[in-house]
Design a protein around this ligand. Structure first.
Ligand code: SF4
Length: 407
């Protein structure tokens, strides 16, 4: 697995690619500085969400002059006169010759729509399954994780903005075609491959071909996604995806528009389609102060999930830390997360987890039948496992929904 050179023609001249570690360190420094400044002035770190707005548009005349070896003709697009329209996600970018898509990964050149993100991940790592997070899918197994640059949304809070808001020419990339991903995953003792970190829908073709090959070779596929995808490409993809973690970023169209430059309805459709297609999934809801911490909205979201029979799909409330364009906010108060968890329980959600907080028990799986802890987690480590191979509680026999493997 070789790292490729940056495309110096298309990359930003003289700019260092931000490494993930460097980015995290810089972000933590910025957080600390912001917190100190706010404390000094007696501020609470809170700003109303309506002062900022996420926006997205096609990049006119921003395609490279020529394609590179990591290009491939796109799937799911149609010609519209002199232009082309990508049909992979609800953005449905219409490109004129020489344009680049909202996700930065697609260009219209030589009469065809091409992806520039095929076999060139900028992030490659072996993670524990619990990091995705997936708590009810083969716990304590290793998962080979890849991401390319690019994303179809513009979340103000993005924690991976250094890659999600970059084009593939701006990141340092590995040379890893689908067969190499599968080989490396197998050699690394991984049960599964994850398409993750940035938004895999933005590297749909690479994910699709890799997932198909991985399935053929006996590996599982995990899609960690914002759920912002159209139905036809989603149904095609579901043939090869075993599990997903789907972000449900809020439960209001207005917030989706201002915070993420997206829409809620397509994400709800994705949740429904994944169930219809037999894909196991868990939902993540990031609670951001001033944006997505309205407890009435959280109650409506949980009510919707229960009303439609999703109460046995795990729901992860995740704590926000200041990132990207929301560095002026403070982290979510832990009590807000606890209250969100209580609301979800009252509405009927059976498996509710609180993430990014150091609280004992917040990530344990509790049997809804007898109340016993059937999976205990400390960080990403499973320290106790009381689920039978049939997927039932070892104490009372209650079915614990999920896809359980031996731990
Ligand atoms: S996948 Fe990319 S190119 Fe296709 S519609 Fe979405 S943002 Fe546009």
């Amino acid at each position: 697995m070789k790292k490729g050179r940056k495309n110096e023609c298309a990359g930003r001249a003289g700019e260092e690619t931000v490494t993930r570690r460097g980015f995290l360190r810089a972000s933590l420094d910025a957080c600390a500085a912001a917190a100190c400044a706010a404390a000094a002035f007696g501020l609470c770190g809170f700003a109303p969400g309506d002062r900022q707005r996420a926006e997205s548009s096609v990049f006119r005349n921003r395609a490279p002059k020529k394609l590179w070896r990591w290009s491939k003709e796109a799937y799911h697009y149609r010609k519209t006169g002199r232009n082309v329209t990508c049909l992979v996600c609800p953005n449905e970018c219409t490109l004129r010759p020489g344009d680049r898509s909202i996700c930065r990964n697609k260009v219209y050149l030589d009469g065809k729509l091409y992806t520039l993100a095929y076999g060139n991940p900028c992030a490659v790592h072996i993670d524990p399954m619990e990091k995705k997070p997936l708590f009810h899918f083969y716990p304590a197994t290793r998962i080979f994780s890849i991401a390319t640059a690019g994303c179809n949304l513009r979340c103000l809070n993005c924690q991976n903005w250094s890659i999600s808001q970059s084009s593939p020419e701006e990141t340092e990339n590995y040379d890893l075609p689908p067969q190499e991903v599968v080989r490396a995953a197998t050699a690394g003792g991984c049960l599964s491959v994850a398409y993750t970190y940035s938004e895999p829908t933005a590297f749909y073709e690479y994910m699709f071909d890799t997932a198909r090959l991985a399935r053929e070779r006996g590996l599982k596929n995990v899609w960690v996604t914002n759920g912002y995808i159209n139905e036809t490409p989603l149904k095609e993809l579901c043939k090869y995806i075993d599990a997903a973690n789907i972000d449900l970023k809020s439960f209001e169209e207005g917030i989706y528009s201002r915070l993420n430059a997206g829409r809620l309805r397509p994400v709800l459709n994705t949740i429904e389609t994944c169930r219809e297609e037999g894909v196991w999934f868990e939902i993540t809801n990031l609670v951001i102060p001033g944006w997505t911490d309205d407890l009435d909205m959280i109650a409506r979201m949980c009510h919707w999930l229960c009303e439609r029979g999703f109460e046995e799909y795990p729901l992860h409330f995740s704590r926000f830390f200041p990132m990207h364009r929301l560095t002026h906010l403070f982290p979510t108060p832990v009590e807000t997360l606890r209250e969100a968890g209580r609301i979800a329980g009252r509405e009927g959600m059976k498996y509710v987890y609180l993430g990014n907080i150091p609280e004992a028990g917040a990530q344990d799986t509790v049997c809804p039948g007898c109340g016993a802890v059937v999976v205990k987690r400390e960080g990403y480590v499973v320290t106790r496992y009381e689920i039978t191979k049939e997927g039932t509680c070892r104490f009372c026999g209650e079915v614990i929904r999920g896809v359980w493997g031996s731990v």
